[in-house]
Design a protein around this ligand. Structure first.
Ligand code: DOR
Length: 451
């Protein structure tokens, strides 16, 4: 028998990438894309995945998830969170440091990588992964070294308190963090001083007061302070989960130093409706706001201001979310629902498929300098999110793999669905079924690439 040239061919799909959109076959060898052509004969490979009628996208990267391990693993862990990711068509995630212990030391990073590799408690992660290091008032001098560790996506600052104990609220503290290290720093931008003042506006039992307690002004003032600090220190920043229309012009005026992120929740849900329907299940930080902000955020998606879309998957149990406001914790799961939600927005004409790929594949690659992912191109990892743009489904609580067992989008009817998740040439999910044992690996970055 003739020797095959490829390990795998992705056949007959519509490939969507830098080259546009068209019927292509993709040849994979050693987990890497080695050929993209109009036709590659099936006989040239050991395995063929038939994708007729489907669209083949670069692997979707979710650069903001909270998987809660170590610590509050009654909400989620790296295994269950990564299962939700691959069922939702996500091939890689960057995980946040507000775990317990906090991810603020080299030991904590090493521990997370060991857990992700299945060496502690469970069989490990299904998808590729990287971890953020949290900044504190105590660790700025260590950050330059910590951000260079393999498997680290960068440093994260909470300028406003949210779930967990991470907080660097003051200008001097943030300046000190930004002065140590070189990679782009990710920031939760809500002004802690205004959040403290705003607590008085929280109405017991009424989630509609959440966006008043955590005000537009708190977000705007913090982003304004942050942009000035970034410029003073000459440090690149990434402003996470923008929730207000009022920050957009500031962000657009600072594209040389600042990238920014949008979440599907802020584009899909709207106050006060979401709080009336979902109560505590709609509570997150920064909050879902009213129609004016949602429209402003969509305009910024179309205008190209946002670099990245993440899910901010932040699960809490139903019992926790049922507590009366403001005792209910902030955050909602999302890693499994981002792709179908956004494909529905594509189907309904709010953004193009190209812009979706720009936000969830090319965007993370550019923003974080991912070494070999985020593009469906020769030489990149063979990560693919395979979608059926016509498939109508209903998102349900029951289908969620998150340990928290719920989604704010229960009952949402989608147009478009992820049918396959392929990571480094391995089929990990097909038509809702997990295939094989967890085999996720750390993501590699251009600034810290080794070996
Ligand atoms: O709503 C949120 N939940 N916002 C955050 O910044 C943290 C997150 C969490 O970890 O629960």
């Amino acid at each position: 028998m003739a020797r095959t040239i490829y390990d795998l061919i992705i056949k007959n799909g519509v490939v969507v990438n830098h080259d546009g959109e068209g019927r292509r076959d993709v040849g994979v060898s050693g987990g890497v894309i080695v050929e993209i052509a109009a036709e590659i004969p099936a006989s040239a490979a050991d395995e063929t995945i038939e994708c007729g009628g489907l669209h083949v996208l670069p692997g979707v990267i979710d650069s903001q998830v909270h998987f809660r391990e170590p610590g509050p693993t009654h909400k989620e862990d790296l295994h269950t969170g990564s299962k939700a990711a691959v069922l939702g068509g996500v091939t890689a995630v960057f995980e946040m440091p507000n775990t317990n212990p906090l991810t603020v030391t080299a030991d904590a990073i090493e521990d997370k990588l060991a857990r992700a590799a299945g060496q502690v408690d469970h069989p490990g992660m299904y998808c590729d992964h990287a971890f953020y290091v949290g900044a504190t008032h105590g660790n700025p001098k260590d950050l330059a070294e910590l951000e260079q560790l393999p498997g680290v996506s960068g440093v994260k600052i909470f300028m406003g308190a949210s779930t967990g104990d991470l907080l660097v609220e003051d200008d001097d503290g943030v300046r000190e963090v930004l002065a140590h290290g070189r990679r782009r720093v990710a920031i939760h931008s809500e002004d802690e001083y205004l959040l403290r003042e705003g607590k008085g506006r929280a109405i017991a039992g009424d989630w509609r007061s959440h966006p008043e307690a955590r005000s537009v002004e708190a977000a705007v003032r913090c982003t304004d302070r942050l942009l000035r600090l970034a410029r003073q220190t000459g440090r690149r920043i990434h402003v996470l989960h923008i929730s207000t229309a009022d920050e957009i012009s500031m962000l657009a005026a600072n594209k040389d130093i600042a990238t920014c992120e949008i979440l599907p929740q802020h584009l899909t849900l709207e106050a006060p409706d979401c709080y009336e329907r979902l109560k505590g299940y709609a509570q997150m930080n920064p909050p879902i706001r009213d129609a004016r902000h949602r429209e402003g955020l969509w305009a910024a998606v179309r205008g190209g201001v946002f670099d990245v879309m993440g899910s901010d998957h932040a699960p809490h149990t139903k019992e926790e979310k049922e507590k009366p406001y403001p005792a209910s914790p902030s955050g909602m799961p999302g890693v499994q629902t981002t792709v179908p939600l956004m494909l529905t927005h594509v189907a309904e004409g709010r953004l193009t498929l190209q812009r979706f790929i720009d936000l969830m594949c090319h965007g993370p690659q550019r923003t974080f300098g991912i070494a070999n992912k985020g593009r469906l191109a020769r030489g990149f990892d063979a990560d693919f999110t395979i979608v059926d743009l016509k498939r109508a489904e209903t998102i349900t609580h029951a289908a969620q793999a998150t340990r928290s067992g719920w989604t704010p989008f229960d009952g949402f009817r989608t147009k478009g669905w992820p049918v396959g998740t392929i990571i480094r040439g391995r089929r990990v999910m097909w038509d809702g079924e997990l295939l094989g044992a967890p085999a996720g690996l750390p993501v590699r970055f251009q600034e810290t690439v080794t070996g």
